[in-house]
Design a protein around this ligand. Structure first.
Ligand code: 2AM
Length: 176
């Protein structure tokens, strides 16, 4: 029997970075009057959301990912903001580094070669720290946080409970 999986590619922090990210996230979450804080273990940067895929499509997404390599990604999270639509508080970069845009472009090209839609929407890297927020003061200035990404991941999202749970189902190095 075939099944579907809700999948996305992401930069996933290691434990040390996750602690730092969580500390920045807490200070920003404090400005929201409502909504839900993203739990520590869920903090990440999406590279490309795929949606619900069959086993066969997931295999093609993995084949595409395996062809993305050699991008030395270092980004600095140095700002926080609020998007009233889709009501999220986030951490982001004043300057998006070219290698990060390169990974996303390579991924999209390789996915296109595997029959996935080509994306034309501008990519805005961010770490979502709260969702469903309707009222927020101006987010505080954050202490810059450097993230050197040595790998990227394919992540499965389980959305059946009150809070999404994420499971890493594939992982590729960016620095070979
Ligand atoms: P967000 O954090 O900015 O909401 C898993 O849902 C991840 O994929 C989230 O990080 C989410 O980004 C991202 N994503 C991008 N497009 C999405 C979509 N159409 N539906 C759900 N998640 C999406």
């Amino acid at each position: 029997m075939s099944s579907t999986h809700r999948l996305f590619f992401a930069l996933w922090p290691d434990e040390a970075l996750r602690s730092e990210l969580d500390e920045r996230a807490r200070s920003v979450q404090a400005v929201a009057e409502d909504g839900k804080a993203v739990p520590r273990d869920n903090l990440h940067i999406t590279l490309r959301f795929l949606g619900s895929l069959s086993d066969e499509q997931a295999g093609r997404a993995e084949a595409a990912a395996a062809r993305v390599r050699n991008r030395d990604v270092e980004l600095v999270l140095d700002r926080a903001g609020f998007w009233p639509q889709p009501r999220v508080l986030w951490l982001g970069c004043s300057d998006t580094p070219d290698p990060l845009l390169g990974v996303v472009a390579d991924l999209n090209t390789e996915l296109g070669g595997e029959g996935f839609d080509l994306r034309s929407r501008p990519y805005k890297p961010h770490v979502t720290v709260a969702r469903g927020v309707t009222v927020a003061e101006a987010p505080p200035v954050i202490e810059p946080l450097t993230w050197r990404a040595e790998r990227f991941c394919l992540v499965r999202s389980h959305t059946d409970g009150p809070i999404s749970e994420y499971e890493i189902v594939g992982e590729w190095s960016l620095i070979d």
